[in-house]
Design a protein around this ligand. Structure first.
Ligand SMILES: Cc1cc2nc3c(=O)[nH]c(=O)nc-3n(C[C@H](O)[C@H](O)[C@H](O)COP(=O)(O)O)c2cc1C
Length: 473
């Protein structure tokens, strides 16, 4: 459907999901204000914005590329994606071996193809100052690159990792590298530190949208994000290799190469983040730029995040729903799992289960807390499967009527936490609240008779439904 940023922009335009902002705008706050307005108009069907005339720059800026969940569904709706998903879901069945082999084969056959750097397609830029990098919110510490695919390779076994991590511009050739300690880039930096080495880093801005979404998908460790985007696309991701730097998507609009010294830290932030607050300034690694390449007519892609909703909520919710079969395959009692965007994703997680044995709610909680980025979960609530956990009124009702706090609320101290959570005493280290909002059984020590929920016979309800319309006449 699309294989680079310009074709994705054309695609969005053809679907009436693009606003071409034909007026001069400042990269300082004004692009944020336009993007924020687009998000307030519509939460998960908001339009992308193309700013062709950015004050002081020749390079256009595009924001909110992923504000529409329909676009994400169409991008990921390929038969290959569906096959991969059905294989993953089938892993929970007794014949786990076959789907596992099929999924592994699909990922193997979509191994990225690496070609040499296509010098002729690119011009060399002298400094980051030539890029229309946004100052997003008024009290941000400066300008931030917000949609760079940060590509690193494990110094141990050269496995690549791709993540989006914000990069604060310190000057024309230096930025911060805000990878959280648990993320792939930070783990590679740790490996480099153990070897006393520097870490080569490539940053690609503006690429095939599937590469961008794959970069933020919490894939199991070691799974190549570019292989994953290849499976979804149905053809291998083509990468370009330029000397010692990790290979970047061949269709990248802008490529920044450089290195991180794992021993060098510098204060980074504040930055207006998806929590709705400015994240507290902390020490993070420094990225030293060694070369910058841009297509002859590049487009600069940026994300604007802030008080929910913004496009990160749309991406996050979509990616999480996409990964749900994998989570369910490891916990077969899970019926649904939902991270409400206003709960800042992992700060709040709702799960519904079909409880089969005493204590199963806790079993599910422990499993979730041990699973990749879900380990950041701060408030975790497990409900029975009669509760629609995406409906806040049902969630509130169940919380009010199914828990006895002294029995059903547990506080886990001294646990891993999201580094963006400013409420913890120490960065990335805090506590968790586990709430078991399932109906309690005798086997769980509940000695009374748990009351039935009130409902009318279904047939009667249906009959009245039919009669209702005639009543209104
Ligand atoms: C717009 C945007 C900005 C992000 N910024 C950061 C960031 O600054 N630091 C970070 O650790 N994760 C950030 N993330 C989340 C990571 O990209 C995401 O957790 C990803 O799965 C990390 O991949 P990894 O585990 O392979 O490192 C951001 C995501 C989005 C969509």
């Amino acid at each position: 459907m699309t294989n680079d940023l310009p074709s994705y922009i054309k695609y969005l335009d053809s679907k009436d999901r693009l606003i071409d902002v034909k007026r001069t705008v400042s990269p300082e706050l004004e692009i944020t204000a336009f993007t924020d307005k687009a998000n307030r108009v519509s939460r998960h069907e908001s339009k992308a914005l193309l700013f062709s005339d950015v004050l002081g720059y020749d390079i256009p800026v595009v924001t909110n590329l992923f504000g529409s969940s329909s676009s994400l569904q169409e991008l990921f709706g390929s038969t290959y994606a569906k096959e991969l998903l059905s294989n993953i879901s089938a892993i929970k069945s007794q014949k786990a071996g076959l789907p596992l082999i099929k999924s592994a084969k699909m990922l193997m056959s979509s191994k990225p193809k690496v070609v040499a750097f296509q010098n002729g397609k690119y011009q060399r830029l002298k400094s980051l100052d030539e890029l229309p990098i946004l100052k997003v919110w008024p009290n941000d510490a400066g300008k931030f690159i917000t949609q760079g695919l940060v590509i690193t390779e494990s110094p141990k076994d050269q496995t690549p990792n791709i993540g989006i991590y914000r990069m604060q511009v310190f000057d024309g050739e230096t930025t911060g590298m805000h990878w959280q300690a648990q993320k792939g880039g930070a783990i590679h930096a740790q490996e480099a530190k153990e070897r006393g080495a520097l870490l080569n880093v490539s940053v690609a801005i503006g690429s095939d949208p599937l590469n961008v979404v794959s970069a933020v998908t919490p894939l199991p460790p070691g799974m190549n994000e570019f292989s994953f985007s290849g499976v979804i696309r149905g053809s291998s991701t083509v990468l370009m290799k330029n000397g010692k730097y990790p290979a970047v998507p061949a269709n990248s609009e802008i490529i920044i190469n450089g290195k991180v010294d794992p021993n060098e830290l510098r204060m980074e932030g504040p930055f207006g983040d998806h929590t709705g607050y400015y994240s507290i300034a902390e020490k993070y690694p420094v990225f030293h730029v060694e070369s910058i390449y841009a297509k002859k007519k590049p487009i600069y892609a940026a994300s604007v995040v802030g008080f929910p909703w913004h496009e990160d909520a749309v991406i996050g919710q979509f990616v999480f729903d996409f990964m749900k079969p994998l989570i369910k395959s490891l916990n077969e009692s899970i019926v649904d799992i939902y991270l409400p965007p206003e709960g800042i994703f992992t700060n709040m997680c709702f799960v519904s289960i079909k409880k089969r044995f005493p204590g199963e709610a806790k079993k599910v909680m422990f499993s979730i807390l041990g699973m990749g980025q879900l380990s950041f979960t701060k408030i975790l609530v497990v409900f029975d499967d009669d509760i629609n956990i995406r409906d806040l009124s049902q969630v509130t009702w169940a919380l009010a009527t199914r828990i006895d706090p002294q029995r059903d609320v547990q506080i886990i101290k001294d646990a891993t936490a999201d580094s963006l959570d400013h409420t913890t005493d120490l960065p990335a280290f805090g506590s968790k609240m586990l709430i078991d909002a399932t109906k309690k059984t005798k086997a769980e020590g509940y000695t009374r008779e748990w009351p039935e929920t009130i409902s009318l016979p279904k047939e009667l309800v249906n009959e009245v439904e039919k009669k209702w319309d005639s009543l209104k006449k």
